[in-house]
Design a protein. Structure first.
Length: 239
C-alpha cells in the first residue's frame, strides 16, 4: 500500500506540471508530495524550461538547488504566479490543514504571495471535516505553557477538544521550524468551524501562525486508484 500511495503522489504531481508555463515564477512546497513535483520540475528545467522559484523550506531549497532549479526569494520577487504544494488534509471546500513537515509559516507566506495555489495529494488526504490530522500551530518559545493553555481554552470555546502537544524530534528535543519557532500539534479530531478557530487562535499573542489554510487553494489535484481528479474552489473556478 505504501508503494501505491507513492505512485499516486507521483500522478498528482505529474498533473500539476500541466499548469506550469515557461517564464513563470513558482512557489515550491514542502513535504513528500511536493518533493515529487520538485523532482519533475527539475527534469523539465534540465530540458530547458525557464522558471524562477521560491522554496518554502530549507529542505525544498536544498532539493531544488541539487536539481539546478533557478531560485530566488520573496524579497527579490514579492509576487509569484503559482504555488504547488501538498496538504495533510483537504475538505470539500478546499480548506486545508498543513504543517506536518513544519514549514507552515513559510508555506502560507509563499502561497498568499501567489496568484494561484494548486494542492497535490493522494486520496487519503481528503476528508469531509478537517481535524483528523492534528492541527499544527507555530508558536514562540517564550511563554510556551501559557500559549498552550490558551490554545486549549480558546479551541474548547469553538467546539474543538483534544490534546495540544509540543512536537519533538526522535531524540526527544523540541522540533524547531526554519524560523526557530516551536510547533504545538492539536489533536482535535474534528474542527466544526475552521474559520472561527483560525480567527480565535490569532488573538493569542504567542501564536505565530496556524496550519489552517482557508480560502487560499484554488485547485486540488487528488490521485486515487480510480484516477486523478481536479477540484476547483467554488469561489475561483479559473486559474
Amino acid at each position: 500500500m505504501k508503494l501505491e500511495i507513492e505512485q499516486l503522489k507521483e500522478l498528482a504531481a505529474e498533473r500539476a506540471m500541466d499548469y506550469v508555463k515557461p517564464g513563470q515564477k513558482l512557489g515550491l512546497g514542502t513535504g513528500s508530495t511536493a518533493e515529487k513535483f520538485v523532482a519533475l520540475l527539475g527534469a523539465r528545467v534540465k530540458e530547458g524550461l525557464d522558471v524562477l522559484c521560491v522554496p518554502t523550506s530549507e529542505a525544498t531549497r536544498i532539493q531544488a538547488e541539487s536539481l539546478g532549479i533557478p531560485l530566488t526569494t520573496l524579497d527579490a520577487e514579492p509576487f509569484l504566479d503559482l504555488t504547488v504544494d501538498g496538504a495533510d488534509e483537504i475538505d470539500n471546500e478546499l480548506r486545508l490543514i498543513k504543517g506536518g513537515g513544519g514549514a507552515l509559516l513559510r508555506e502560507k507566506i509563499v502561497a498568499t504571495a501567489s496568484e494561484s495555489m494548486i494542492v497535490i495529494a493522494d486520496f487519503s488526504k481528503k476528508s469531509a471535516t478537517l481535524g483528523g490530522f492534528p492541527l499544527p500551530v507555530e508558536v514562540v518559545e517564550f511563554g510556551l505553557k501559557t500559549t498552550q493553555a490558551m490554545i486549549e481554552l480558546i479551541a474548547n470555546e469553538t467546539g474543538c477538544n483534544g490534546k495540544v502537544i509540543l512536537r519533538v524530534k526522535p531524540d526527544g528535543t523540541p522540533f524547531r521550524t526554519d524560523g526557530g519557532n516551536l510547533i504545538l500539534d492539536c489533536a482535535f479530531h474534528r474542527i466544526p468551524e475552521p474559520e472561527m478557530l483560525a480567527e480565535a487562535l490569532q488573538f493569542i499573542p504567542g501564536v505565530v501562525e496556524t496550519g489552517l489554510f482557508l480560502g487560499i487553494a484554488d485547485i486540488a489535484i487528488i490521485a486515487s486508484p480510480e484516477g486523478v481528479s481536479v477540484i476547483e474552489a467554488p469561489e475561483d473556478a479559473d486559474i
